[in-house]
Design a protein around this ligand. Structure first.
Ligand code: FMN
Length: 257
């Protein structure tokens, strides 16, 4: 069957999952759309459905070896109708653990058929790990993977879920981290961080972070045009240094077709 379009759907606080999912979608060569479910303002309000004549690419980061709970809840409003789906998990060079199988399972339970899956490296939120990933070679290989996935599905749709690594029941994870960014005097109260926060954790004046809501995803740090959101506590710096050393050996992307 010839597919009429591809839609990349992602939750991606610091853009690694976005870049990887978009590379897969580009590789398919199909007319492309995208749905960004990262910011609270972009959380879907109702079901979004897809047909069997189109492809969906799902992209989410790995948080503690799982899909962030907030991403799972947003993706739960997707409804496939035997829609072929390419599942991607992006992780920060430690491991993806059960996140990839979890996202395949989620896709399947919402009417999608996972035809291909990938665990892809991107810069880690914390420290200085895999900072140049995905690099041009990663992105080119990931595009090629998208192309092959669609070529395969045009001939026969095969569910790859059984060959995806991971455990069931899944390990505990999917929660946010413990670090909380602070705001410097460079803040001009432009509200960019407020409107881009995945959980609505930042007060209207940009200054206060609700600790209970914050995921420590560092999206506010990455979107602030004034570089006024920072994470520079002693505790964080010590952690980041050790973590960077521990994860200094580059891992390879995993592609399953
Ligand atoms: C709370 C939290 C937990 C994380 N857990 C993991 C992990 O278990 N394994 C890993 O390799 N990377 C982990 N990371 C790093 C992210 O998976 C990585 O930075 C990814 O590129 C983020 O995706 P994004 O750029 O789409 O937001 C974690 C990051 C955060 C914020």
């Amino acid at each position: 069957m010839k597919f009429k379009k591809v839609t990349a759907i992602y939750f991606s606080p610091t853009s690694g999952s976005l870049r990887n999912a978009m590379a897969v979608a580009e590789g398919t060569g199909l007319p492309m759309g995208s749905i960004d479910m990262t910011a609270l303002k972009n959380a879907p309000l109702g079901e979004i459905s897809f047909g069997s004549d189109e492809i969906v690419v799902l992209g989410a980061p790995c948080y503690g070896g799982r899909i962030p709970e907030i991403a799972s809840s947003r993706f739960s409003l997707l409804a496939g109708n035997d829609t072929p789906c390419i599942v991607t998990v992006t992780y920060g060079n430690r491991h993806y653990d059960d996140a990839l199988v979890e996202l395949c399972d989620l896709a399947q339970s919402h009417g999608f058929i996972p035809i291909a899956a990938a665990a892809l490296i991107a810069k880690h939120t914390y420290g200085h790990i895999a900072e140049s990933r995905p690099d041009e070679i990663d992105l080119e290989t990931t595009r090629l993977f998208g192309q092959k996935a669609v070529c395969g599905a045009e001939k026969a749709i095969i569910d790859v879920t059984p060959s995806v690594p991971g455990n069931r029941p899944y390990k505990d994870g999917g929660k946010g981290g413990i670090f909380r960014p602070s705001t410097t005097d460079a803040c001009v109260k432009c509200s960019k961080c407020v409107s881009e926060c995945p959980t609505g954790a930042i007060s209207d004046d940009c200054r206060t972070i609700d600790n209970a809501k914050c995921l420590a995803c560092f999206r506010c740090i990455s979107v602030c045009p004034m570089k006024a959101k920072v994470m520079d506590s002693e505790e964080y710096r010590a952690f980041a240094e050790g973590f960077t050393q521990k994860l200094s050996v580059p891992r390879k992307n995993l592609y399953i077709l």
